[in-house]
Design a binder for this molecule. Sequence first.
Ligand SMILES: NC(=O)c1ccc[n+]([C@@H]2O[C@H](COP(=O)([O-])OP(=O)(O)OC[C@H]3O[C@@H](n4cnc5c(N)ncnc54)[C@H](O)[C@@H]3O)[C@@H](O)[C@H]2O)c1
Length: 328
Amino acid sequence: MIDYLDKIKHKKVLVTGGLGFVGHNLVNTLLDTFNCEITVVDNCLNSSPDILGENLSKITFINTDVLNIEAYQEVLNNANYIFHLACVQIAASSKNAEYDLEVNALSTLRILEYFKKNPSGNLEKFIYTSSASVYGSSTNLPLNELSYPQVLSNYAATKLLGENFTMIYGKNYGIPVTSVRYSNVYGYGQSPKNPYCGVLGKFIDSALNGKELPVIGDGEQTRDYTFVTDAVQATIIAAVHPMAINDVFNIGTGVEISVIRLAELIKEIIPSIHITRLPERDIDNIRRRVVDIEKIHQKLNWTPIINIKKGIEETINWYKSNLINSKD
Ligand SMILES: NC(=O)c1ccc[n+]([C@@H]2O[C@H](COP(=O)([O-])OP(=O)(O)OC[C@H]3O[C@@H](n4cnc5c(N)ncnc54)[C@H](O)[C@@H]3O)[C@@H](O)[C@H]2O)c1
């Protein structure tokens, strides 16, 4: 595997949405571990360049909407790897449905059309970051990549469309592509103010700020929580591995964890916290979800390293050092 990872060293990389939660972790790894020459395209919709700290001065930052490809056309021409992460998150997706469609799907189509019309000898891989949300209400757990998508939200629909465009342009026009489907990523650098921060980030933020942990419904809703360093590592492997070409991979842990279990794990570390109950909400009405990671394990030899207990500890420590006085 090490040989494949070497492929990305010193390469020219474009990261759209590179100031976001996963994006800035990816940028930091590509810089610090692989010495890549990085351009970030981000319109700061729900993020800020400050998140990159000292690394901001080591990248080229283009503050523009990802739809505005004229503003970064030159970068497209030169890029060896493109990680397309810019997105409208699930919590915002139905509020501005057309913009959600534009950012999650149309921007993908625009970039792929650009390469169809202007084939680039430089491009080694276009990576689309999809979501386990595309499985929707599919109940065939654990969800493998062939599980039939039964989408339940605008976000899932537009992420699936972006992924479908990616695969179509890979197969029909010879653009080297891979799509990865993340399952509930958490960890370093996830702002609890981000509406898609997810239950874990919000719980930890509440716990550290002396607030109650609100468990929605009976707390038996399950998800597969992926630590961000694992998600980043898997994404880079999917970019460089020759067996990943024109294919879709789940990125998760294969472990199903309930919301109440998350709260209990946090309570083991911070015993003073109180757990309360709230009524059900309707933005992500899926009772159980866990992904099958056998494909990425078998084809790309990737397995997650951080289990949920360790991941929660790491996240608590990060929040303590960085967000302890966060309000709301
Ligand atoms: N975080 C998760 O648990 C998770 C799960 C499944 C899939 N994903 C996917 O992974 C990718 C990264 O997710 P994240 O959690 O880092 O999201 P995020 O919301 O933290 O980051 C998204 C970034 O995209 C930028 N952006 C939004 N609209 C833009 C536009 N029109 N032009 C330019 N930039 C724009 C935002 O400013 C932000 O910096 C997304 O594609 C998302 O769909 C994430």
